[in-house]
Design a protein around this ligand. Structure first.
Ligand SMILES: NC(=O)c1ccc[n+]([C@@H]2O[C@H](COP(=O)([O-])OP(=O)(O)OC[C@H]3O[C@@H](n4cnc5c(N)ncnc54)[C@H](O)[C@@H]3O)[C@@H](O)[C@H]2O)c1
Length: 380
């Protein structure tokens, strides 16, 4: 009998952006097998796609409710154990809540929900369910991001004194300037996306990443957002000042109208001894900057890297690690948690990261609406 974890997938069909990342990531360390799911709300497309993946048709369900109803009838040894929820944002909460209530482990795409209230409800449900829950802030799985975290945790840059993340994309530029298109994409529809587009989609990555690598907790923020058009209900750009403990201050700049930019996510943390810089479009380089010394470039797979970083490197140094590897490392950590094996707290983002992300979104929007005032982030 297979010892792999039985994985179900909701959303992430052939027409989706993120589905392939999860499918490849789940296969990377031979820990999971995709056992079934609902890949598309249209049953014909759903089945066509499932056939392409070679899945057993009995486990491809017509909709989410049928998925749960049929799966829980199966003996535990056959039942899907963990479900990846890869649908548009507004479906995360009802689906994840029902999955947890029915005893499934869950891997949820970010942003975790569309409101903070939903995020808190999920937290309460999870306390009762006692299953494993992860939210996929994908970039935290990169070996050199993990190295950055470990070096800072070990005091290698001294006391953190400044944090800075810039996440620039340009993809919404043609959509935002077309009245019809900006009214029809789900990402600019608050009912489907939540109250924020840019900050909800990529600003949350930046917020989570800064806390992940620096160990600093952001305590309050001041946001200036841009909707570009008055008929557009959602931000597509924002600059957010940050205040954290120990007089650490910083900034998050996020944009989907940074024309020509692809996925330029740059993270910088400066301590009183050294600075570290990482760029998503060149993820195999971690730059170590020190006063009066030449720039050092650290790379994956070398003995000088931490155990957590090396755990995510599959081939000898010189074989670049990319976004698929990063998500693969997150899936690997989740598999350890499901199998009740020991794991490092840095291996996958948790419900607390999801809640803090949702609080960050609502506080950014509140700060902007109140004409750019400081707003506190709740303690979690
Ligand atoms: N971690 C990351 O870096 C990252 C990157 C991109 C997207 N995302 C997140 O992933 C999620 C999906 O984004 P996307 O860009 O892939 O969206 P998408 O619109 O490209 O794909 C959504 C998929 O969900 C399916 N779907 C919709 N309703 C469904 C339902 N009721 N039942 C089953 N399937 C359904 C669609 O058919 C489609 O296959 C979003 O929450 C987004 O924020 C995360």
């Amino acid at each position: 009998m297979s010892v792999k974890i039985r994985l179900g997938i909701i959303g992430g069909g052939g027409d989706s952006l993120i589905g392939i990342l999860h499918r490849v990531a789940s296969s990377m360390f031979d820990k999971y097998e995709i056992s079934g799911g609902v890949f598309n709300p249209n049953f014909e497309d759903n089945m066509l796609f499932a056939n392409k993946l070679g899945l057993n048709e009995d486990r491809v369900y017509k909709d989410f409710d049928t998925f749960i109803a049929e799966e829980i009838k199966l003996p535990i040894a056959k039942r899907i154990q963990v479900v990846s929820v890869l649908t548009p944002n507004f479906l995360h909460f009802p689906m994840v809540n029902a999955l947890l209530q029915n005893g499934f482990h869950v891997i949820c795409e970010k942003p975790m929900t569309t409101t903070y209230k939903e995020a808190k409800t999920l937290y309460a449900t999870l306390q009762k369910a006692k299953t494993v829950f992860a939210v996929t802030y994908t970039y935290t799985g990169y070996p050199m991001v993990r190295q950055m975290r470990e070096m800072i945790l070990n005091g290698e840059i001294g006391n953190v004194q400044k944090i800075d993340a810039q996440y620039y994309q340009g993809w919404i530029n043609p959509i935002i300037h077309d009245k019809e298109q900006r009214a029809s994409t789900w990402r600019l529809n608050p009912e489907k996306s939540g109250i924020s587009c840019c900050i909800g989609d990529i600003g949350t990555h930046a917020f989570n990443m800064l806390e992940y690598v620096s160990g600093v907790k952001i305590e309050s923020i001041l946001a200036d957002l841009n909707h570009v058009y008055d008929d557009n209900p959602m931000d597509v750009d924002g600059t957010i000042l940050l205040r954290a403990s120990n007089n650490v201050k910083g900034v998050i700049c996020a944009s989907q109208i940074a024309t020509g930019e692809e996925n330029s996510f740059v993270v910088k943390v400066y301590g009183d001894k050294a600075g570290l810089k990482w760029e998503q479009e060149n993820p195999n380089y971690l730059y170590l900057m020190e006063d009066g010394k030449p720039l050092q470039v650290l790379k994956p797979g070398h003995v000088y890297n931490s155990k957590l970083s090396l755990d995510g490197t599959k081939l000898p140094a010189g074989h670049p690690e990319g976004i698929f590897d990063s998500m693969g490392n997150i899936y690997k950590g989740i598999a350890r948690a499901i199998n009740k094996e020991p794991y490092n707290a840095g291996e996958f983002p948790t419900i607390i990261d999801g809640i803090r992300g949702m609080d960050f979104i609502r506080k950014a929007v509140a700060s902007h609406k109140k004409q750019n005032v400081w707003v506190a982030i709740d303690e979690h």
